[in-house]
Design a protein around this ligand. Structure first.
Ligand SMILES: Cc1cc2nc3c(=O)[nH]c(=O)nc-3n(C[C@H](O)[C@H](O)[C@H](O)COP(=O)(O)OP(=O)(O)OC[C@H]3O[C@@H](n4cnc5c(N)ncnc54)[C@H](O)[C@@H]3O)c2cc1C
Length: 388
């Protein structure tokens, strides 16, 4: 994005239009039908991959589009705006694709990136642990050296899409040879590795992607399962977490656009007192406020993506957190107000809104909770004392 005129480059505008067409071809009815039947959105994922949309941010030499996270975020936003918020885009191409592109060996890049880019292979991401929660400093999944190899043990929870993934990028810890302290490290763990088990967590979320608890019990991994430097894992982790927040924001923004579009169409059509219900300011003003909040959240998302793509990992952190926060809040408001605008129809399956009530709440919890974003802003943006 050009910082002076606030417009996106022509290529991204064209990308948005093309992705919006693809999204329209499938639409929310397809998405909800697949989710309710316990099925994936396989056809949509495969077509998006074939058209180059899933790997738009990955390097060209490994089958990607050579563009940035801003473009991948535009893809997710447009699909979500068409009623198809593909959660796995947040993890496979955005986190795992980015981390491997930036820090992987040539061999790791060759092995994983072309498949992630065309959608034929998926890698998901596991940091959350049952006992650590938001305090990721407390994670205990630990890798021990076994000659040149690694042996990984631990537990993870709420990991998306494990059943459809070839591998999981697991955030674990290794022991510092000098100090004996544990420090973070990233490992690629194939989902069919002996000792790796996963169990679905039943969720009240209507989504094609399922959530899992992971059990890693002495999982033997080759030396090259480690991504990047053992000593630089924190920086590598942040390189993946900023795209995760930017994509989380885009997921929410797209759903907010979808819900607002539905609410406006209905408010223009439905007549109860002779005039369309959108005539009543009690309905029109909340929709106008949502439009304003949506545009503001989108601007912050574009700023975060632009900073990230310019190589400013640190600067992108604050904007990515703020964007995730603002987008999640407006998406919750948009879906809630769209349901309200529809009256009883708002909760009828035919109108495709009730399906998204839990999905937008997810944006307030993950990938980082609203409160942890506020902690970040309080401490880092405002200079307030740390409270925890
Ligand atoms: C559908 C879904 C998909 C997910 N997918 C993935 C995935 O693919 N990979 C992955 O690794 N994780 C995933 N997660 C996990 C998600 O990132 C965590 O749920 C989230 O980070 C919050 O952690 P927690 O659930 O342990 O909550 P907790 O850390 O237990 O927090 C509970 C509450 O306490 C608040 N809180 C905690 N600490 C503080 C504090 N210091 N100050 C103020 N408030 C505080 C939190 O904000 C929250 O409201 C997913 C979660 C869901 C629901």
């Amino acid at each position: 994005m050009n910082a002076m005129n606030f417009t996106e480059p022509e290529e991204r505008v064209a990308l948005r239009a093309a992705v919006a067409e693809l999204g329209k071809k499938y639409g929310h009815e397809y998405y909800a039908k697949q989710a309710r039947a316990g099925l994936k959105t396989e056809e949509l994922w495969a077509e998006a991959g074939r058209l180059g949309y899933l790997g738009v941010n990955l390097p060209e030499e490994y089958g990607g589009g050579g563009a940035g996270i801003a473009d991948l975020a535009a893809v997710l936003e447009e699909l979500a705006a068409a009623g198809c918020p593909l959660l796995l885009m947040v993890v496979s191409p955005a986190i795992c694709g980015t981390v491997i592109s930036r820090f992987g060996t040539d061999e790791q890049k060759k092995r994983w990136l072309p498949g992630i880019a065309d959608g034929s292979r998926r890698m998901v991401f596991a940091i959350t642990e049952p006992d650590a929660g938001s305090n990721s400093h407390k994670i205990t999944t630990t890798a021990k050296r076994d000659g040149g190899d690694w042996v990984l043990s631990g537990r993870k929870v709420y990991i998306s899409g494990v059943d459809e993934a070839d591998a999981v990028l697991v955030v674990g810890r290794t022991e510092d040879a000098k100090t004996g302290k544990l420090k973070p490290a990233l490992f690629i763990v194939p989902t069919d590795a002996p000792g790796f088990e996963y169990k679905q967590i039943e969720m009240d979320l209507i989504a094609p992607e399922k959530q899992f608890g992971l059990f890693l019990d002495d999982v033997h991994l080759p030396a090259d399962a480690l991504v990047g430097e053992e000593d630089a894992a924190i920086a590598q982790l942040f390189a993946g977490l900023n795209p995760e927040r930017i994509m989380g924001a885009s997921f929410s923004l797209g759903i907010a656009r979808y819900a607002l579009g539905k609410a406006v169409a209905y408010a223009n059509e439905r007549k109860v007192w002779g005039a369309p219900i959108g005539t009543h300011q009690g309905l029109a003003h909340p929709l106008a406020e949502i439009k304003i909040e949506l545009e503001l959240a989108k601007l912050m998302t574009q700023k975060a993506a632009s900073l990230y793509d310019s190589g400013d990992d640190f600067g992108a952190g604050e904007s990515a957190n703020m964007a995730k926060y603002a987008a999640a809040e407006v998406a919750i408001r948009a879906v809630d107000q769209a349901v309200q605008t529809h009256g009883g129809n708002g909760l009828a399956s035919e109108y495709g809104l009730g399906t998204l009530v839990a999905a937008v709440r997810l944006g307030r919890i993950a990938p980082v909770s609203r409160e942890m974003v506020l902690n970040f802003v309080g401490q880092h943006s405002l200079g307030l004392p740390r409270s925890y």
